[in-house]
Design a protein around this ligand. Structure first.
Ligand code: CUA
Length: 310
């Protein structure tokens, strides 16, 4: 799994921010060296020595004051002049409609693709090399969407959509993280961005649009029955299962195709799925999914069923 290093930009958007950071850093480092060097030099070179008279007092020297006012002013103007084009590159104006709508929830991400109708959670697929416009929303509190290698960070505000662009130079997996404290499981609110070749991305969309795989064994049939008759169905949607269309919790239609469970806290394997269903509150205390005290047999059936939803 790829890291989330902000110093390793992988898109024109992130590179604009990185380049500005480096140039500003160099300018600031030069100022630090010149000012600190001057102070150290003055401390040693102009140290008071026994028997020497007081030096001339030159308070109010106009030339000196104009100089130390004009130079910082020019530095600020320079930084401003560098920042404007960087802002333009990192954050061009939004188009009227978004390619992806990313909604923050305590403590997971919902991703909807309005043009195709795909809806998924905690994993965004994008075509590599193409900028996607992303609208950021929130269902509850402030969250903040941040995929450091790919784009700037931006807050998800309830009732006040924000906008960013998302782009990756080349195919790969990029980790993002909620970066605004939003509750007990803020730290486990990760998002995976999977950049793919355009044809692969198209394929992914087609797969995601299909209704869920129907159960083919008696265990998975019982698993689906359990999903429908217990409280799962109150919060989770599964496309193709009658009545399962709640949007409170992640859509499970293709849950087994995703890389992680619980917004990053577990790798998505059948045994982790079972462990998660057994005691989500042990794995992710404070998550909104409660423990249900399912029997071992029920856990087998439900996790087996969900693991077929690819
Ligand atoms: Cu969501 Cu922090």
């Amino acid at each position: 799994m790829s890291s989330s290093n902000a110093l390793d930009p992988q898109s024109p958007l992130a590179r604009a921010i990185y380049d500005l950071g480096i140039v500003s850093g160099i300018i600031l480092a030069l100022i630090f060296v010149i000012v600190t060097g001057g102070v150290v030099y003055a401390i040693f070179h102009f140290r008071a020595r026994a028997g020497e008279p007081d030096p001339n007092q030159i308070a109010g020297n106009r030339k000196v004051e104009v100089t130390w006012t004009v130079i910082p002013f020019l530095i600020v103007v320079l930084l401003f002049a560098l920042t404007l084009p960087a802002m333009n590159r990192a954050d061009p104006p939004p188009p009227p409609s978004a390619d992806v709508v990313v909604t923050g929830h305590q403590f997971w991400w919902q991703a909807d693709y309005p043009a195709s109708g795909v809806t998924t959670a905690n994993e965004i697929h994008i075509p590599a090399g193409k900028p996607l416009s992303v609208r950021l929303e929130s269902k509850d509190v402030l969250h903040e969407f941040w995929v450091p290698k790919l784009t700037r960070k931006m807050t998800n505000v309830p009732g006040q959509p924000n906008h960013i662009w998302l782009q990756a130079d080349k195919p790969g997996t990029y980790i993002g993280q909620c970066s605004e404290f939003c509750g007990t499981q803020h730290a486990w609110m990760r998002i995976v961005v999977v950049a793919e070749e355009p044809t692969q991305f198209e394929q992914w969309q087609q797969t995601q649009l299909r209704p869920a795989q129907a159960p083919t064994s008696s265990a998975t049939t019982k698993g689906l029955e359990l999903f429908r008759t217990s409280t799962c169905i109150n919060c989770h949607a599964i496309n193709g299962v009658p009545g399962a269309n709640s949007r409170v919790a992640p859509d499970l239609t293709h849950v087994a195709s995703r890389r992680q469970l619980g917004a990053g806290i577990l790798e998505n394997t059948p045994s982790n799925m079972r462990a998660w269903l057994k005691s989500p509150q042990h794995i992710k205390p404070g998550a909104l999914m409660p423990d249900y005290s399912l029997t071992d047999e029920q856990l087998d059936q439900l996790s087996e069923y969900l693991s077929t939803l690819r």
